[in-house]
Design a protein around this ligand. Structure first.
Ligand SMILES: [Zn+2]
Length: 506
């Protein structure tokens, strides 16, 4: 059975055949780091982390790139408003974003979890290039475009000439004549209103840290060219999957294609996967409402607050409960419905533990991930087949979750009837959990469940902290730090206070 994907470029589902057999390169447009992440920023990473987990399960070696836009008008304006530098603001916002990725069990470069950590295995971002660190790559492509007469210099700016590219509009299915949405329309000297900036000349009031040298004078790159440069650097001039939100199809992705294909003469990305946008339909808030209640409700939308309120697993389950191409309705009703759906699985796993005396999580941890070509696990089961069929069909996570739900009742029925061996029950529940893990779900017991082991963990931590204290008294800071770092790697952070040490599980 083959995987099919809906390709925005062709407007239909196509068999998925990567350029290099066995390898997949994915580029997802990442955050512009100027304000705290909200639920919308988590949608792309959750979806593509899940796609990567599934492709890994199907035997592919996947390289996933998410860029960071740290040079941008919005960043410059917001840094000025806050009286800080773009570098400091970008660093702070990126740290907030990565903290959310960590909670969502999405790995990233510099993640302090050990390689192969169960929570991130099979998924995770491999590269997070920053625009500010690829100025050389960017200016080289711009120069190539100028040499090939696809771009022209105007003052200190450089513009892409859309009329030079006969394919312009092929992704968004628009003609050049209806390019009214372009941001740079105000510049009256451009050859065509649809021409977009590749390089923007530095303005006198801009901070020095965003003024980069170029053959056209000091300035900074336009947004679109960043992605063309960084994807080529990390995945090659042609790669398999380019992803992003539907709102990026035009002009961002259209412009990326125009730049890259005009510069290289090759296909830029083979498959274009666009996810639906988040629609806010909570009873408590409308975007135009500025009352204190509405402002408080909007604050809830920040990813940080949302992850504290809903649990990261619930956020992930909520996002994956809708097919990625459809809009996600962020409403109290939907949040409540998905919470109930998720709890149904927790209740099953708790019951299995009660009746068999063994934790499903531990049994699955020992068995390891479903592997390789997708042939392990319980391939004979109709639920497994349904799950694979849904995921093969354009990564239909909603269908895959429905297949998980279908498996719950038979396991309960088996326990109701009695007479099944603990191994039989565990094997079925374990199979269900392993499939869930391909979606990044059920990786660790929900926060409420470890309560039984909390007491023991507390006692063990007391012993460890006492040992660390004694080492430090003997001036053996190295071993003391080893204990702290080893704990950090498994997700327990220590905080030293004057009168002792606090610890918490991240
Ligand atoms: Zn992009």
């Amino acid at each position: 059975m083959a995987i099919t994907v809906y390709n925005t470029l062709s407007g239909k589902k196509e068999p998925f055949e990567p350029l290099r057999p066995g390898h997949v390169g994915i580029y997802l447009c990442g955050p512009t780091v100027y304000k705290p992440s909200h639920i919308g920023h988590a949608v792309g990473p959750i979806i593509f982390d899940t796609i990567k987990r599934y492709l890994t399960f199907r035997g592919y070696k996947v390289t996933w790139v998410v860029n960071v836009t740290d040079v941008d008008d919005k960043l410059i304006d917001e840094a000025a408003r806050q009286g800080t530098t773009t570098v400091e603001l970008g660093r702070r916002v990126l740290a907030d974003y990565l903290a959310a990725m960590k909670k969502l069990n999405i790995g990233y470069p510099g993640d302090d979890r050990a390689p192969g950590d169960l929570r991130t295995a099979g998924g995770g971002i491999d590269h997070m290039p920053k625009a500010s660190e690829h100025i050389g790559d960017i200016t080289r492509i711009i120069q190539t475009l100028i040499n090939r007469k696809h771009a022209y210099v105007l003052g200190g700016d450089v513009y892409f000439d859309v009329t030079s590219d006969p394919d312009y509009g092929k992704l968004s299915h628009r003609s050049i004549e209806d390019q009214e949405g372009q941001r740079e329309l105000k510049s009256g000297d451009k050859r065509h209103p649809g021409d977009f900036a590749l390089w923007k000349a530095a303005k006198p009031d801009e901070p020095d840290e965003v003024k980069y040298d170029s053959p056209w004078g000091k300035g900074r790159p336009g947004w679109h060219i960043e992605c063309s440069a960084m994807s080529a650097r990390l995945l090659g001039e042609t790669f398999d999957i380019h992803g992003g939100g539907m709102d990026l199809v035009f002009p961002h992705h259209e412009n990326e294609i125009a730049q890259s294909e005009s510069a290289t003469g090759r296909v830029f990305a083979k498959y274009w996967l666009h996810h639906g946008l988040t629609r806010f339909n909570t009873k408590k808030v409308s975007k135009s409402d500025t009352s204190p209640e509405a402002v408080a409700a909007m604050k809830r939308m920040t990813l940080h607050n949302l992850l504290a309120e809903l649990t990261p697993e619930h956020v992930r389950f909520f996002v994956l409960s809708t097919h990625y191409r459809r809009p996600i309705d962020f409403s109290d009703d939907n949040l409540e419905a998905t919470k109930k759906g998720l709890e149904r699985f927790y209740t099953l796993f708790e019951r299995v533990q009660r009746e068999t005396g063994r934790s499903v999580y531990e049994a699955v941890d020992r068995a390891g991930p479903l592997g390789g070509s997708g042939s392990s696990g319980d391939p004979g089961s109709e639920h497994h087949a349904k799950f694979v069929e849904a995921m093969d069909d354009d990564f239909n996570t909603a269908g895959a979750i429905a297949a998980l739900h279908d498996a719950v009742s038979p396991i309960n029925a088996l326990m109701d009837r009695g007479g099944a061996t603990p191994d039989d029950v565990l094997s079925l529940a374990g199979g269900l959990m392993q499939r869930g893990r391909l979606l990044g779900l059920f990786l660790i017991p929900p926060a409420a469940a470890p309560a039984a082991s909390d007491k023991k963990l507390g006692e063990v931590m007391q012993v460890l902290l006492e040992v660390r204290q004694r080492l430090r008294k003997k001036k053996d800071f190295e071993t003391g730090d080893f204990i702290r770092d080893a704990l950090t790697r498994i997700g327990i952070t220590l905080k030293d206070r004057p009168d002792g040490t606090d610890w918490k599980v991240e």
